[in-house]
Write a protein that binds this ligand. Structure first.
Ligand SMILES: [Ca+2]
Ligand SMILES: [Ca+2]
Length: 119
């Protein structure tokens, strides 16, 4: 059910991009991974780079803010790879390469408490 909903949302965004695209006044920014500024690593509460976003402040280990802990479902990286850690059992629940926009796998979804940014 969640997967179907997320896919529907993504299609809605793509459709709105086609309809409203172009460098005109009033252009609607397409929601999704594009909201992650260049050079940052971003984690998103929902799939396809949607929902509340947290920008990882820098290199190394960071604890996720409480509002997105155990909620991360998609990730965007630019020049840095990242890892996601679940403190519940100490396992790495995601390895994301540089220059990647991805949903987390179902077994990685909504588990991360800390992230590591490679620099
Ligand atoms: Ca989530
Ligand atoms: Ca966790």
């Amino acid at each position: 059910m969640r997967k179907a909903l997320a896919t529907g949302l993504a299609l809605a965004f793509v459709t709105s991009g086609i309809v409203t695209g172009g460098a005109h006044a009033g252009e609607v920014t397409i929601a999704g991974y594009e909201t992650c500024p260049a050079g940052k690593v971003c984690v998103y509460e929902r799939w396809h780079g949607t929902g509340p976003r947290w920008e990882v402040p820098g290199c190394g280990w960071w604890e996720l803010p409480s509002w997105i802990r155990n909620e991360v479902s998609s990730v965007r990286t630019h020049g840095n790879a990242m890892r996601l850690l679940d403190l519940a059992d100490g396992t790495i629940v995601g390895n994301v390469r540089a220059h990647t926009s991805t949903n987390l796998a179902s077994w990685e979804d909504d588990r991360a408490d800390k992230v590591y940014v490679e620099c």
